[in-house]
Design a protein around this ligand. Sequence first.
Ligand SMILES: [Ca+2]
Ligand SMILES: [Zn+2]
Length: 254
Amino acid sequence: MPQPKPARIRRTLTALTAADLTAAALLLASATDTRAATTTPVYKGTGWKAETGSGIFSLSPDPYTIVFADTTARTKLTSYLTAPAAQVTGSVGVPVTVSTSLDTTPTSACPARHRIVVHYLYRPMNVSGMSQALPCHNTGDGSAWGGHILMDSEYWTSSTWFSTNVTTNEARRKDAVTHELGHILGLDHPNTDLDKDGVVENGECVKSTAGRKPILCSPNRGVPAATDGGRFTTEYDLPGLRQMLANYYLRQTT
Ligand SMILES: [Ca+2]
Ligand SMILES: [Zn+2]
């Protein structure tokens, strides 16, 4: 899905309390204990890339809440969001909750802090088959603020949009939703010129020995295994999000 670069900013107070700083120091210490944490922020790794072009350099540890633009979006898309939200909550350590709330913030404005508004719209980019993420960022600390996800309804109104195979079609629908959520959480497309022909092509993304490409691969990663559909990869996307969380603390202490 195309990478939007909307000129959207959100300004917030960034004053930290002593308790915040203590919590940050403790989390940083535990991260150092359990994995090879970096000592300076990192914005790119194998199969992942920070969305620095949209002003996002880190993932805030504070909870994010997924809400819906209307009841149709809620009915159609809730089930697609629960698995990736649970992954970010459990494997990254940033709570992401799928609520039943409705939020009528227009797509031209950033929603309240840490709200992710999900829309179900016919051709939101006026192009067949294109969905869109509109990520907002905290201008104070460069963390992911939340934003809007605009899913193209054609994926659902056409039962064979991605594939005539029902299982494959559904796995790709799941991939599409999680891909856009990844953008809101600060991940960019990790495509790279692997074959060194001077062009970064569609789908040109690293692939693991397990056969998985990052779910942020643009415009998509092709056909995932059915069980991988809609899941951030453990090889690329989740380590990227964990580094983005680490960046949040590293950017405060550097
Ligand atoms: Ca190439
Ligand atoms: Zn994309």
